[in-house]
Design a protein around this ligand. Sequence first.
Ligand SMILES: Cc1cc2nc3c(=O)[nH]c(=O)nc-3n(C[C@H](O)[C@H](O)[C@H](O)COP(=O)(O)O)c2cc1C
Length: 362
Amino acid sequence: MSVSYLFEPLTLLHGPAMRNRFMLAPLTNQQSELDGRASEFDLEWFRQLSQGGYGLLTTCASHVEAGGIAFARQLGIFDDAQLPGLTEIARLIREGGGLSAVQLHHAGHRAAPVLGGIPSPASDRTLPGVKALTTQEVERIRDSFIAAAKRAEKAGFDGVALHGAFGWILLEFMSPLLNDRTDKYGGSLENRARLTIEIMEGIRAACGPDFQIGWRLSVERYGLVLEELREIAATIFDRELIDYLDLALWDTTQVVQEGVFAGRKMLSLFTEIARKGVRLGVAGKIWTAQHAAEILDEGADFVIVGRPAILERDYPLRVQADPFHKSPGLPTTGEYLRQGGLSERFIRHLRGWDYFFVPGSV
Ligand SMILES: Cc1cc2nc3c(=O)[nH]c(=O)nc-3n(C[C@H](O)[C@H](O)[C@H](O)COP(=O)(O)O)c2cc1C
């Protein structure tokens, strides 16, 4: 497909359509206030991005309970005191013409005690001396996700995106390695997927008919079984429980290395599942306009960009202006990012990613 197809609108099952096929990936940047309220730096970041031409913009991972925190200065959505900042982010995005979503997150067993986090494993085996969540505690966390979605709706967001990737709580429950529970949230695949599905159903019931639900899924590590993830995705698609799946690959060209699907492209394993009205987007190293267009040829409905958006906040506009546009790529320098408008807090966060910067650069 030609690059111009990326700029065709995309309808969703609920609410307004995306104006084009670019979604901003959730990007943790550790620039919020210490109590999870959006800071002036969060607002400035979205002021820039909102003018960048994205069809849909997601916030960074935002914790749904104070005890679910993973990062210092993480954005929060667990308290009404966080509403004014969230409302301003939603307003900025709307003003720029994109759809908006808050990424809902709970760190599960990786919640950070030094930040007030309460490690909350699915299993007694995961952390020495830490008991697995009780059934009632799992239900409380489920309800916190739903309450956070209502808060996002109140703040004026078009929807939420559930963080079901990278070993955080929803994926932790999905994993047969990390979840050996014997209650209704463990054991069979249906039980391990129950927390995710009850959250989807609960949000659908609690929020208005136009409210959009996204689901981010990663497919590697943490003892995950690819066949199982495909089965869960198929069920969720078939029941149209969500508006879109965000397939979080680190590289969209990834080929499966082992198991029954060895040699197949990871993306194809999900694009080939019948998805009714649910849309499918994929993230991972979409550094060029041509690659973005190819992803649609491979059967995805939209593309998701993270690092290219850090380097160029207006990446979609640049692609639109030049079908051969290429991101400057990594490594980069602090000076380049600073000139582009990133805060010192955000740049400090990026220093934690060892490949991000030219060695010795400032
Ligand atoms: C600085 C940084 C922060 C990230 N924060 C989050 C996050 O909060 N939630 C999430 O689901 N993924 C997060 N990711 C992963 C990205 O959303 C994205 O999936 C990944 O970077 C691959 O896409 P890309 O190649 O376009 O960057 C982060 C990635 C980076 C580089």
